[in-house]
Design a protein around this ligand. Structure first.
Ligand SMILES: Cc1cc2nc3c(=O)[nH]c(=O)nc-3n(C[C@H](O)[C@H](O)[C@H](O)COP(=O)(O)OP(=O)(O)OC[C@H]3O[C@@H](n4cnc5c(N)ncnc54)[C@H](O)[C@@H]3O)c2cc1C
Length: 405
């Protein structure tokens, strides 16, 4: 990846090389089995190996200090590499840092130290960012219009504790995490000031889980309902405080969307590589498929789409790392740029993988040929974090205060 030196430093490139080798040797040979690994036997083996590599939670600083982890561009490039092998594994690798971002932003040493202790006690350790609710998905993320008023999960202060009641749906790493960052509302009348991100440790009385969802793909990621029934945690487990917790949601939307763009690029790249090999070997009309001009045109479009989507996610990652120049991560402008990166990359990947499958005929639809998996995985990457449509609203909001209501 010759373009990387522009935005990724020497250390970042070394990390990416290690991940690429890991993906090529450990994930690629078993990616179809990981896809069907309902009981997570292979997934767990991979996660333990990844943990030994030190790939989890790298952005979480020691003892609440400022993060010295990789840049956002490096983190994105790492996720692209993982998604080339298996996007679900990539999600598991990235979500814990995302879930801990609120505590890091709030310099909440109680929570960061608690998580470090959990990591000492158990490896690998996971965290979960639980925002989506059964009655409200996009609306929770649509802060400019809804201001967090649709969040039904309530947090009420009782002495020196929070008491939480409510339910969350679908969050990645649910059911397997040691720590849950739960997006709550203390008082809908307060709007964004009422939003509270509160960390709940696994095993807390009143915290329980539904069954794991059966999905089209992304088998390595676990998603289930999270129930909170009179859950009590210390006041100190609130991430950052009134107003700041809503900022964390905005920051996580920007971060999540740019990382999703990288994951979509990884899926498209993997499908392209498979298709390139296949169309060299398979002969139609007297010559290999890729020697036909119509096929070369489709392959050219795939290369162009992958290259441009990558260039844009790297640019946005760079912008997010330089808020003094481009604006805060949660600003309307940066959420817009991150949404452009996600929407563009997901559209590109959905369309590109579909066209690549056409070049392979029905073999493109057969599991042994390793392309349809990426087609299934990338669809969900497009659907989560507000999906394409909320992304579109957020994109235009850089230019005018668009409202859906
Ligand atoms: C594998 C997986 C991983 C996930 N990981 C996480 C996670 O880690 N944490 C988490 O909190 N959630 C997670 N989710 C949930 C996901 O982010 C949400 O499902 C998603 O944001 C959309 O919410 P929804 O499904 O409730 O759609 P809805 O809110 O019901 O929206 C449905 C559709 O309505 C349209 N729409 C939305 N808003 C408007 C509007 N204002 N005007 C007009 N049309 C609109 C859009 O087309 C949208 O796609 C995950 C889901 C999956 C399947």
């Amino acid at each position: 990846m010759a373009y990387l030196p522009l935005l990724v430093d020497e250390t970042g490139r070394m990390i990416i090389d290690v991940i690429r080798r890991f993906v090529d040797t450990e994930i690629m040979p078993i990616r179809d089995k990981v896809d069907g690994d309902v009981d997570h036997v292979l997934v767990n083996e991979l996660l333990i190996k990844m943990s030994a590599l030190g790939v989890f939670n790298v952005e979480i600083p020691e003892q609440g200090a400022e993060s010295e982890g990789p840049s956002i561009a490096t983190s994105c490039a790492i996720i692209e590499e993982f998604a080339r092998g298996d996007a679900g594994i990539g999600i598991v690798a990235g979500i814990s840092s995302w879930a801990m971002a609120g505590a890091v932003y709030g310099r909440n040493t109680d929570v960061v130290d608690l998580y470090h202790k959990m990591q000492e006690d158990k490896q690998p350790t996971f965290a979960c960012f639980a925002m989506t609710e059964p009655a409200s998905g996009c609306d929770v993320e649509n802060l400019p219009e809804m201001h967090g008023r649709t969040i039904k999960t309530r947090a009420v202060r009782d002495g020196d504790e929070w008491v939480i009641n409510g339910a969350k749906r679908f969050p990645s790493n649910s059911g397997i995490s040691s720590l849950y960052c739960v997006v709550c509302q203390t008082d809908p009348e307060k709007g964004e000031d009422g939003i509270a991100l509160i960390y709940v440790p696994e095993g807390t009385e009143g915290l329980s889980f539904g069954k794991y969802e059966v999905k089209a793909g992304l088998q390595a990621d676990r998603n289930c309902d999270v129930f909170l029934d009179n859950v009590r945690v210390p006041l100190a487990y609130r991430a950052a405080g009134p107003g700041k917790d809503a900022i964390v949601i905005g920051r996580n939307i920007s971060l999540g969307r740019v990382v999703s763009a990288a994951a979509a690029v990884g899926c498209a790249k993997a499908a392209f590589e498979e298709c390139l090999k296949y169309t060299e070997e398979r002969v139609v009309g007297g010559k290999p498929i890729r020697e036909h001009s119509i096929a070369a045109g489709i392959l050219a479009d795939a290369i162009m789409g992958i290259d441009t989507a990558r260039a844009y996610y790297l640019q946005v990652a760079y912008m997010l790392s330089n808020p003094e120049e481009f604006g805060e991560m949660h600003s309307t402008a940066m959420i817009s740029h991150a949404s452009s990166a996600k929407n563009y990359a997901c559209n590109m990947a959905n369309n590109t993988i579909g066209k690549l499958m056409e070049l392979m005929g029905s073999y493109g639809y057969i599991r042994d040929f390793h392309v349809e998996k990426y087609w299934r995985d990338v669809k969900e990457i497009q659907l989560w974090l507000g999906g394409h449509q909320l992304g579109q609203f957020d994109i235009v909001r850089r230019y005018y205060p668009y409202k859906t209501t």
